[in-house]
Structures are given as structure tokens and as C-alpha cells.
Write a protein that binds this ligand. Structure first.
Ligand SMILES: CC(C)(COP(=O)(O)OP(=O)(O)OC[C@H]1O[C@@H](n2cnc3c(N)ncnc32)[C@H](O)[C@@H]1OP(=O)(O)O)[C@@H](O)C(=O)NCCC(=O)NCCS
Length: 183
């Protein structure tokens, strides 16, 4: 299998062709999503930057990041994170280690930005995938704005990657506030 070439593209620099290519990839990765309908390359929040892996020129892996501050009730600290989403490997390339490479590459990007933590919300069946990449599930649930505008506490797993800060610096909190949409 050929090597993966990685590139970072800032959201303002996504031209129509790149956008269409990523929308197609994400449609294949998330076939049940109504929002990733093949014409949009984002589901909820638009990210700041895309990390894309290409094999033989074709986009086969994608992850998106938005830097933001989470808020913790009763704690005056703002928690700077790289909020991560739109994690996908093209179905015809899954199960061969590309997702693992994607998480390694992402960790390097977050470290390059000197971020304390990476952060994401996911589903129970995927916590093992992220844990293998160094992410840890935290007890806190995430309060956030749903795509329809409702503010809800997400019931699924919230996970953290210690980047420049140790896990011990993550606050013991029941709820963290995203104050925005999921990427
Ligand atoms: C999740 C996803 C990115 C993983 O990519 P991948 O290239 O298949 O992953 P890898 O082959 O590198 O697997 C890495 C490890 O994670 C595990 N893993 C992969 N997909 C998994 C899944 N869906 N559930 C649980 N574990 C999974 C693998 O078993 C492997 O572990 P191992 O090395 O101990 O065998 C890919 O399956 C995908 O795009 N899924 C659809 C979109 C999606 O659900 N994205 C995540 C949204 S939060």
C-alpha cells in the first residue's frame, strides 16, 4: 500500500474543488448523516483547519480542528483545546492502520500549536479507537449547541488528548461547556 501524504488546509483557503473532494469523502465516511450530504464538508461547526491524508493524490483520510476555550462551571479557568471532529477514513481504506496514522499526525499538529489538550465527543463504540491513539475518556459530559439551536448536555463520551499539559491538569468536572457547535 502506498504512503499517505499529509497536508493542512485552512478553512479560508479551501477552494471549490477541494471542498467538493472533502464533501465526497465525508459522505462516504458518514453515509447516514443528513448534513454531510455530499455537497457540504461540515456537519455542524465549520472547523479552522483540515488535516487531509492522500494516497496517490486521492483524499482518503480527514480530520478537522477548531481551537476554542471550554468553560467549566465553578472554575474560573478557560480551557484551551483543539476541538476535533469530522474524523474519517474512506471506507475502502479502513481497517489498514490509516486511522491510527491520522491520529498520530493530528497529535503532531496539536503539539505544533502548543495546545494543552485535544478534545472531542464521540460514540461508545469508538472510544477504543481513540484510546489507542492516546486519548482518554473523561467523566465530564459536554454541554453544547445542537445543529437545530437547542442547548443540550451530550450523553456520549467526551475524550481528551494530553498534548502540552498532563492529564492531571484536566479539571475534575461533571460538565464542560463547549459554548458552540460540535465540529
Ligand atoms: C473510525 C475510523 C476513522 C478508523 O479508521 P481506520 O483506518 O479504519 O482505523 P485503523 O485501521 O487505523 O484502526 C486503528 C485501531 O482502531 C480500531 N478501530 C477502527 N475502527 C474502529 C471502530 N469503528 N470501532 C472500534 N474500533 C475501531 C482498530 O481495530 C484498530 O485497533 P487495533 O490496531 O488494535 O486493531 C474509520 O473506521 C471511519 O472513518 N469510520 C467512519 C466514520 C466515523 O465513525 N468516524 C468517527 C467519528 S467520531
Amino acid at each position: 500500500m502506498s504512503a499517505v501524504d499529509w497536508s493542512l488546509t485552512w478553512e479560508d483557503d479551501l477552494d471549490a474543488g477541494a471542498h467538493a473532494e472533502l464533501a465526497g469523502l465525508l459522505r462516504r465516511c458518514f453515509p447516514r448523516s443528513r448534513r454531510l450530504d455530499g455537497s457540504r464538508s461540515w456537519a455542524s461547526a465549520r472547523p479552522e483547519v483540515r488535516l487531509v491524508g492522500r494516497r496517490d493524490g486521492r483524499a482518503v483520510a480527514h480530520i478537522a480542528v477548531l481551537r476554542r476555550y471550554l468553560r467549566v462551571a465553578g472554575d474560573d479557568r478557560d480551557l484551551l483545546v483543539g476541538d476535533v471532529g469530522l474524523v474519517g477514513v474512506d471506507p475502502d481504506q479502513q481497517g489498514r492502520g490509516t486511522g491510527r496514522l491520522l491520529l498520530v499526525e493530528l497529535a503532531g499538529v496539536l503539539d505544533g500549536w502548543a495546545l494543552p489538550f485535544g478534545f472531542l465527543t464521540t460514540s461508545d463504540d469508538l472510544t477504543g479507537f481513540y484510546a489507542a491513539g492516546g486519548w482518554a475518556r473523561v467523566p465530564a459530559r459536554t454541554r453544547m449547541i445542537e445543529p437545530d439551536g437547542r442547548v443540550e448536555v451530550y450523553g456520549g463520551p467526551s475524550m481528551v488528548l494530553p498534548v502540552r499539559s498532563p492529564m492531571a491538569d484536566w479539571p475534575a468536572a461533571d460538565v464542560v461547556d463547549r459554548n458552540g457547535y460540535e465540529v
